[in-house]
Design a protein around this ligand. Structure first.
Ligand code: PMP
Length: 397
């Protein structure tokens, strides 16, 4: 680790931990900007925003009282919208007091883990993960514990989870459908995970929580219905962001929700803990305008059938070209295997032709690469022949 007296040891450790990712983004920004690029790197928009989103922001920007822009924690109308939405989708009567509005899942995850973890607690995450889980866990003084998913199905490896649980285990992070694998964990897997967590919580004499990162729960293909892990395990904290369904990750709103099946005493304690965590995390509530607008945004979504058609087009083209990949049940992402032994040479080859993807090494899975289907059709038109040609091309020695 690079010691540096001018910053904290934790900052130095976090920089170290994210060095590869930061280096990648630095290089990507420098080489992609100003070039005609097929950009598959991040779940970012590559088309104009949804008009309904813009209309709602315009409408709610106009002050209606002197308090319009006053300090705002969870707005009661936004909370009502979330309660109704969860009632429809999770089919459980969530209580308004059990909803904390947050500025996206980033802060939702941070305040959730801050509310439940002590320093030196273990938090299990499934690998390949979203790239900031480890950093968020470490920033709280807790220890990230990596458990790989089953490499052939991308499903949760329950035996490996069981082996990873210790008396220090406080939580397991579950993200379904999963970034980056696209896997929607089957209800049967979640039920078995719930049984395991219940048994081991009892054995430990301390609750192991399930933190459910549901960022992509409304980005589902093939008629799949979302079944929240909260249906399987009452001690689940549901974390959501509207940044995916609206494809507006720079305008930030989401929530943390405690299901009504969680014992009332635990919920009461967690409400206070989440509130404190929101304050000390740096006012982790969404801006007022987005909260007012939520009622108009709740049912607005990017065109999922169109995203599915893009998925089918890219998956089929990659498979025809000879790539190995799982067909995602949801999310924005594909995770094909790199067809060359020299992964960096493969990325250089794509980059030289204006095609940018996310190297699997940034998600703990070198040998794969992630493609975001938020790329526009012109980018896909441009990239598919490049992907196909790369397989036919003899990899450099
Ligand atoms: N969790 C996962 C799995 C994600 O992919 C993302 C966004 N890429 C987040 C959380 C954070 O979402 P937001 O930026 O909307 O807070």
């Amino acid at each position: 680790m690079r010691e540096n007296a001018s910053i904290s040891r934790l900052s130095a450790e976090l920089l170290d931990e994210h060095a590869d990712l930061l280096k990648f983004f630095d290089r990507y920004e420098r080489s992609a900007i100003g070039h005609a690029v097929a950009d598959f790197v991040a779940g970012n928009p590559h088309e104009m925003p949804l008009p309904k989103f813009v209309d709602a922001l315009r409408k709610w920007l106009e002050p209606r009282s002197k308090d319009h822009f006053a300090y705002k924690m969870s707005d009661p109308d936004a909370v009502r919208t979330v309660v109704a939405s969860l009632g429809d989708r999770v089919r459980m009567p969530f209580e308004p007091e059990d909803i904390a509005m947050t500025n996206g899942a980033f802060s939702g995850l941070t305040i959730t883990l801050r509310a439940i973890c002590d320093p030196r607690d273990d938090v299990i995450y499934l690998s390949p993960p979203w790239f900031f889980y480890r950093g968020i866990i470490r920033s709280l003084g807790a220890t990230p514990v990596r458990v790989a998913v089953d490499p052939s199905t991308w499903d949760i490896d329950l035996a490996a989870v069981e082996r990873a649980i210790t008396p220090r285990t406080r939580a397991i992070l579950v993200n379904s459908p999963n970034n980056p694998t696209g896997r929607l964990y089957p209800r049967a897997t979640l039920d078995r995970l719930a049984g395991l967590l219940e048994e081991r919580s009892r054995g430990n004499g301390r609750r192991i929580y399930l933190v459910s990162d549901e960022a992509y729960s409304r980005i589902l293909f093939d008629g799949h219905r979302y079944e929240s892990p909260a249906l399987s395990y009452p001690h689940t904290l549901v974390v959501y962001t509207y940044g995916k369904q609206l494809l507006t990750p720079g305008e930030r709103i989401g929530y943390v929700a405690l299901p009504p099946t969680m014992p009332a005493g635990d919920r009461a304690a967690l409400r206070g803990a989440l509130l404190m965590a929101q304050l000390v995390t740096g006012w982790a509530w969404p801006n007022a305008v987005l909260q007012y607008a939520l009622g108009d945004l709740e049912n607005v979504s990017i065109d999922i059938p169109r995203l599915q058609r893009k998925r089918d087009r890219v998956v089929n083209a990659l498979k025809d070209a000879g790539y190995r990949l799982h067909v995602p049940e949801g999310t924005f992402y594909l995770l094909p295997h790199v067809p060359w032994k020299d992964h960096d040479a493969f990325y250089d080859h794509l980059n030289a032709r204006g095609v940018f993807v996310l190297p699997g090494s940034t998600v703990e899975l070198p040998g794969t690469f992630r493609i975001s289907l938020t790329a526009n059709d012109a980018m896909i038109d441009k990239a598919l022949p490049v992907f196909a040609a790369a397989v036919r091309e003899p990899a450099p020695a």
